[in-house]
Design a protein. Structure first.
Length: 561
């Protein structure tokens, strides 16, 4: 078939397998050019700031201004990615970034740029990237089959790091020869291939049987899922810690080139290129790392290696030695980033993938943003070398966090299951009828009471992840074998969503709980309106709702009963 080119074989999992799929292949190739432009612009912005001011904190704030939006608008961006066509969301986000970098080009060309204006426009460009990231990353699962998702995530990391290998060096050359304005303009031009590739993607989306959530409710649903998902919470904490302690090498790289190596923009570009070259090596062999080591062991080894590389960068006065250290730093840092990214991707089902990935990106970007600010302040007070050495010391201590919060062991995404049959309804309902109370009765042998209770604690997290609140489980004091699980949903429509958000592991958990049930009768389920607003009028002179006021997909069912 013409759509299946011969693929290179890398050690471990075949990281190039997703390239067999044309949509992913075209978008991935265009993303290399887009990332190339982003890296060129990053070099130009950082160096333009060093020419306008000698304050280290201002230089470090360039990184902060670009990454801070990832933290500030993460959840709304993730909710938008889950609610709307992810292709269109990505196109809108790219348009925002294009407008920001176009304005940056114009002000630089007119000589009107100031440190504060530079930071503001970097923030605008970063906001476009923040809106794009969850839609971009969660759409990967729509471009490739589930079994190739980890490889596709790895390839996206390779895309960025291919650009990082050449972009900074190209950026340094462009800035050195033609100035920052040419670099900013080149960034704007290189956004266009990706926008064209996304525009040509004929995305096929399965229409939802249920109405779309409102933005505020979607954000609440995302927060609820994340707070009740132990694996995602671990990934978030590790991302914050890793971003904070490891961001020194990014934030202070211009000062390493200028103050430690006594170089110019070309030196800065070469150092970033060395880091990017190492990142490609790390991305290619991350499959082998995942095959041979657990995620926690790999994180530990990489952070220790990163500490050694940062120490070498702080003490070296030779560009060749510094570049070698940065190759190692790039390789291990990329392995860490991909492990965290895969952990976030595989820990969330499709319906909340955008919000989970956005929250992960916010955690990582927040760590990088505040870490960059902190390393800049420390550099002002004690110098570049001291700041890098302190960062290296914290990296040496960071594996201790794994003793408390080890990385989750997840090998594949917990896929969604088919929607359940509609429950029997005889009371006219609207989408806002509620709150809804669900009671489930189990009969459990006395000798299995403790095991049943422990399993129900897992059920609690699953119910709450998917939208329930007020969960409880009670044991009948007159009939100790009778247990009642009880929870609420805000409305009937929220209950329908909660009921159909279950994954394969959630269904398996339900079967495990039902296996405790004994007796001739099946598990009993009751669904009740706590306050029957919408089904009974409170004033006698006002008639109750007619059947035609119910949800469309329940009208026929009620009429036929």
């Amino acid at each position: 078939m013409t759509d299946q080119p011969k693929l290179p074989r890398f050690s471990g999992e075949n990281v190039a397998a997703p390239l067999r799929y044309a949509v992913f292949r075209y978008i991935w190739a265009a993303s290399i050019l887009s990332n190339l432009g982003i890296l060129i612009r990053g070099v130009a912005a950082a160096w333009a700031m060093t020419e306008m001011t000698s304050a280290a904190d201002k230089v470090a704030l360039v990184q902060t201004a670009t990454t801070l939006p990832l933290m500030l608008i993460a959840l709304p961006a993730g909710a938008i990615a889950d609610m709307y066509d992810r292709r269109l969301v990505t196109l809108v986000a790219l348009s925002i970034a294009l407008c920001g970098v176009t304005a940056l080009t114009a002000f630089q060309w007119l000589g009107l740029i100031t440190p504060d204006l530079l930071l503001l426009l970097c923030f605008v460009v970063g906001s476009g990237g923040a809106l794009m990231t969850p839609a971009w990353q969660s759409s990967v699962s729509e471009q490739v089959p589930a079994e190739t998702l980890p490889a596709a995530v790895t390839l996206n990391g390779i895309s960025f790091n291919i650009a990082r290998s050449f972009g900074p060096a190209i950026g340094g050359i462009v800035v050195g020869i033609a100035g920052a304005v040419a670099a900013f303009a080149l960034n704007a031009v290189l956004y266009l291939p990706l926008m064209i590739a996304l525009f040509l993607w004929k995305r096929v989306a399965e229409p939802s049987r249920l109405p779309r959530e409102h933005l505020s409710r979607a954000i609440v649903s995302g927060v609820r899922y994340i707070t009740n998902s132990p694996s995602i919470k671990i990934v978030l904490v590790r991302a914050v810690a890793t971003g904070a302690v490891g961001s020194s090498i990014f934030a202070l790289m211009p000062l390493v080139a200028r103050d430690i190596l006594s170089g110019g923009p070309q030196t800065y570009g070469i150092m970033l290129g060395a880091f990017g070259f190492g990142a490609i090596i790390g991305a290619i062999y991350v499959g082998e790392v995942r095959k041979r080591m657990s995620s926690e062991a790999a994180m530990r080894a990489c952070m220790l290696s990163m500490a050694g590389a940062t120490t070498a960068a702080a003490l070296s006065r030779e560009p060749a030695l510094t570049a070698t250290a940065l190759i190692l730093a790039g390789a291990v840092w990329t392995v860490v980033a991909i492990l965290l990214d895969i952990g976030a991707q595989l820990s969330s089902p499709r319906w909340v993938a955008g919000r989970s990935l956005a929250t992960y990106q916010a955690a990582y970007a927040g760590g990088v943003a505040f870490g960059s600010w902190g390393w800049g302040r420390l550099t002002d007070a004690a110098g570049v070398e001291t700041a890098l050495l302190v960062s290296a010391g914290l990296m040496l201590l960071s594996p201790l966090l794994g003793l408390w919060l080890p990385m989750p062991r997840i090998s594949s995404r917990d896929e969604d299951v088919e929607m359940l049959a509609d429950p029997e309804v005889r009371l006219p309902l609207t989408d806002r009828s509620g709150p809804l109370v669900v009671e489930i009765e189990y009969r459990v042998a006395a000798e299995n009471a403790r095991a049943f209770h422990n399993k129900m604690l897992e059920v609690q997290l699953a119910r709450q992840r998917n939208g329930a609140y007020g969960w409880s489980v009670a044991r009948n004091i007159a009939d100790p074998e009778l247990w009642t699980e009880r929870y609420h949903c805000p409305t009937w429509l929220d209950y329908l969503r909660q009921r159909n958000r279950g994954t394969q592991s959630d269904r398996a958990l339900d079967h495990q709980v039902e296996a405790f049930h004994v007796g001739p009768d099946p598990v009993r389920v009751r669904r009740m309106l706590e306050r029957p607003f919408g089904s009974v009028r409170w004033k006698e002179e006002v008639s109750d709702r007619d059947a035609n006021e119910t949800l469309p997909f329940y009208s026929k069912r009620i009429a036929g009963q």
